[in-house]
Structure formats: structure tokens, C-alpha cells
Design a binder for this molecule. Structure first.
Ligand SMILES: [Zn+2]
Length: 471
């Protein structure tokens, strides 16, 4: 017992001592390496405490938070933090090292050369796993075209580094990484997939389907052109005419807007699925019966961004998401969600949950941070992200309403490939409501009233979107 008391006292004394200093939340360590021309120091002070960083007076915002930009020079940067509380000065020193980045080694690295296949032969292969990504170029940084399932037959035109170029696509360059395919074999004849011109159409409550009979699974792509969804099946020929086309196109135009869509192979068929709008959308309750998945970003050990008084993004995302879920349920929407508490959920599980619930719409709720070298007083506000064209309208509506309803800076709607918005089904949008690292927006984000208003604004956008689908 005495031992316990002693430990407690030591702990207590240690706590009292550290309270003397201002709470520097970032950088999290007194010795760091940051290879950028600037960084930010953020944290919080007590009431009436003042702060200087490298002799410069630091602005203290509401709730005692501060975010201060510090320029960095090559080598060792000694950053002195002087806080004054009740007439007592306290000094902390941070050492930030900035290294010269040597680009030479990268430039001298030989770029892989394109090696075409031999003339007169064909290079045959198959995808060996699901989510085999096809890209626009021979590197991971190039645009994703489609994630193919296992078992797709491909013919290859050549190789560059670890990527193979797919032959069927002609002038459009499609590439696949070697880890996604069987070791290619040289064959003397190319087999086109036989395809039946007449497709079978059917539907259920949620989707319209088209069943296309095909002899073996081939590469496919979807493209949206206005209100039309175009499917291309590569390396095919009509069974009635062996000299037929090498690529077969199908056009779908069943809604006034293209909603969620996908395709899969099943026992000699390729099945295209397109989400339907509700048959009768009521002007006053446009969300009634609509399936919506709400994804509160991050959770558990994945804290996301954090603010100058140590509130985590994951908690703010959850608070807003819970309010939104309640509002949507009240309108009669069929809501599913990735999490309702502070737990870790894998990115792909979040998307799969939305799919399993046959959600028409998937919204991922986030709040933003910034990398070193950026200024949170310049870059802040609302951004929305979509990847597939079918989500652009919704992304724009949500952003515009948030900017207007919450009086935030408009940071635009952007196309970006993120795990939560990459899927073509459901219609998927990722929302960055505001910046955790901008002191004014951070204060707002912590307020229940602001969180409620944000949820209300997003609900309003969903209603607007549903009504737009009727036009
Ligand atoms: Zn986030």
C-alpha cells in the first residue's frame, strides 16, 4: 500500500512539473526529421498563457489552441518555444533536422524498356486473383481502369519492367502487373471468346440485369457517356460469325442518370447489374426506402488526423456520422454503416458492407489534415472526392451545400482514386468537411451544433440528389 502511494506521489509530482510547459501536440517528438521547407507547430496553452516560437509571438485562438508555421533550413533547426504563465517563463527546445534530398540516384536509375512480344506468336495468360488492377500505364502511379476478377483470359502485346501491356485494347494502353497473372505462354493461335448478340434482360426491386452469353471470361471495361453506360468486352467474336468484331459494345440507358453498376462472370455468362432509382420518389420524403451506407472515417488505433488540443478526427467523423444516420432514419432511409463506435474497420470491409447492404449511395465522412510545407491558414474548408463519373453530381451537391450551410471555404470537388470512392457500385463520395489543423475550423468541428448542422446539410444534399434523379 505504501509502495503504491509513493508511486502515485512520484507520478503526481512528474505531472505537476510537465504542466509548466505549453502542450505541444505536433511535432510529437523533440527530435524529428522533416524534409520540407516548413512545418507547423500546434498545441494548446492555458488561459492567459502566452507563447513565443523562435521569439515570434504566437496567435492563440479559441480554447487556447495555436497552429504556428515554422520555416525549416537545411541541417539542424533549433526551435525555441517560450511560454509565459502567471509571470513564470518556461522554455522548450525542439530539434528538427531537414536533410537535402538526393534525387540523383532516382534519375540515374535506368527506366525499363518496352519489349514487344515476338512476331507471329501470341502471349496468353489469365488473371490469378480477384481485384487484379488494370492501369493506364506501366506503373503504380498511373490511372486505374478496372479491377478484374480471377480467371480472365488476356493476350499480351509486350512487357515493360514488371508490367505487361494488354493486346486487345489496341491503341488505348492497358497494363497489368505480373503478380496478377499466370506466367505468360507463347501460343500460335488466338482464341476469341464467342459471344451471343442477343442478351437477356431482367430485373428485381433494386437492380436491372443484363445477361450476356460468352464462351470464356475476357477483359471488360465500363465507360459512362452522359446518361449512357457503355460496356466493352474485348477479344470477342459473334458465335454466328467467326470473323466478327474483336470488341463488343453494349449500351445501357435505363435511368435518367447512371447510378451504381458492376459486372461479373457466372457460368458462361457475363452479368451486368445497374442500380434502379425508386419507382416513386415522393417530393416530401425523397429518402424514403433509399439504401444509404454511412462510413465514419478511421476508428480504433487508426485515429486519422488530430487537432491542437488532441481531439482525434475519428471521433469527430463518428459524431457527425451518428447524427447523420439518425436524420436519415427519420426520413425513412434504409441506413447501413461501417461503425457506430470507436472500432477499427478495414478499408475494403467498409466498401463490402455497403455492397452487401445493396446501398445505392456510400458516403465516407472525414476531416482533413495537411502535409508539411502547407499553410493551414491558406488551405482549409470543404472538399469532396469522387472517382467514377456516376458520383460527380452528388459530390458537387454535397460540397456546395456544406460550404453554404456551414460558411466554410470552398475547396472544390476532385477526382481521386481512394479505397472508399473507387467502387462503381454504390455511387460513392468521400467528404472532407473541414480541416482539423485550421484553428477556427477545429473549434467548429468540436461543437455539437456544428456537427448537427453538417449532418443536416448532408441529409439535405441527399434529398436534393434523389429529386434530381426524377428530372
Ligand atoms: Zn480522414
Amino acid at each position: 500500500m505504501i509502495k503504491k502511494i509513493v508511486i502515485f506521489l512520484i507520478f503526481f509530482i512528474l505531472c505537476i512539473n510537465t504542466v509548466d510547459a505549453a502542450d505541444i501536440v505536433f511535432p510529437s517528438s523533440k527530435h524529428t526529421v522533416i524534409n520540407s521547407y516548413s512545418t507547423f507547430f500546434f498545441g494548446n496553452v492555458r488561459e492567459k498563457e502566452t507563447l513565443k516560437i523562435n521569439s515570434e509571438q504566437v496567435k492563440i485562438w479559441d480554447d487556447g489552441v495555436f497552429v504556428h508555421i515554422v520555416p525549416l533550413y537545411y541541417g539542424e533547426n533549433k526551435i525555441k518555444i517560450e511560454s509565459t504563465y502567471k509571470g513564470k517563463k518556461h522554455l522548450q527546445t525542439y530539434i528538427v533536422k531537414r536533410n537535402k534530398i538526393n534525387n540523383k540516384s532516382v534519375l540515374n536509375y535506368p527506366l525499363p524498356k518496352y519489349i514487344p512480344k515476338k512476331n507471329g506468336i501470341y502471349l496468353y495468360t489469365k488473371t490469378i486473383k480477384d481485384n487484379s488492377t488494370v492501369r493506364k500505364g506501366a506503373s503504380k502511379s498511373t490511372q486505374r481502369i478496372i479491377d478484374l476478377p480471377k480467371g480472365i483470359v488476356l493476350y499480351l502485346a509486350g512487357k515493360k519492367g514488371d508490367y505487361y501491356k494488354i493486346e486487345e485494347t489496341g491503341d488505348t494502353e492497358f497494363w497489368i502487373h505480373k503478380s496478377n497473372i499466370e506466367k505468360p505462354v507463347e501460343v500460335t493461335k488466338k482464341f476469341y471468346a464467342g459471344i451471343n448478340k442477343t442478351a437477356e434482360n431482367y430485373s428485381d426491386k433494386l437492380y436491372n440485369y443484363t445477361k450476356i452469353y460468352i464462351s470464356h471470361p475476357v477483359l471488360y471495361t465500363f465507360k459512362q457517356e452522359g446518361k449512357i453506360l457503355k460496356l466493352t468486352l474485348y477479344g470477342t467474336s459473334y458465335s454466328s460469325d467467326s470473323e466478327g468484331k474483336k470488341n463488343t459494345e453494349f449500351n445501357f440507358n435505363d435511368n435518367k442518370t447512371v447510378l451504381g453498376y458492376d459486372g461479373h462472370y457466372e457460368e458462361g455468362c457475363f452479368i451486368v447489374r445497374r442500380a434502379k432509382t425508386a419507382d416513386n420518389i415522393n417530393k416530401y420524403t425523397p429518402l424514403y426506402g433509399i439504401r444509404i451506407h454511412i462510413d465514419a472515417g478511421h476508428g480504433g488505433h487508426d485515429k486519422g488526423a488530430y487537432g491542437p488540443s488532441r481531439v482525434n478526427e475519428k471521433d469527430i467523423n463518428l459524431a457527425i456520422s451518428k447524427k447523420l444516420i439518425q436524420l436519415l432514419k427519420k426520413e425513412g432511409a434504409k441506413v447501413s454503416y461501417s461503425r457506430l463506435n470507436d472500432k477499427y474497420v478495414k478499408l475494403y470491409d467498409r466498401v463490402n458492407m455497403a455492397k452487401e447492404n445493396n446501398a445505392l449511395i456510400l458516403l465516407s465522412i472525414h476531416n482533413n489534415s495537411l502535409p508539411h510545407g502547407k499553410n493551414p491558414y491558406v488551405t482549409h474548408g470543404t472538399e469532396t472526392y469522387y472517382y467514377n463519373d456516376n458520383a460527380k453530381d452528388l459530390a458537387v451537391i454535397i460540397r456546395k451545400n456544406l460550404v453554404k450551410d456551414l460558411d466554410l471555404k470552398d475547396n472544390g470537388t476532385r477526382k481521386a482514386s481512394l479505397a472508399l470512392n473507387r467502387s462503381t457500385n454504390p455511387v460513392s463520395v468521400l467528404i472532407e468537411i473541414a480541416y482539423m489543423i485550421n484553428p477556427q475550423e477545429y473549434t467548429k468541428l468540436k461543437s455539437e451544433v456544428f456537427q448537427y448542422k453538417a449532418a443536416l446539410s448532408i441529409k439535405k444534399s441527399l434529398e436534393e440528389y434523389m429529386l434530381l434523379l426524377q428530372k
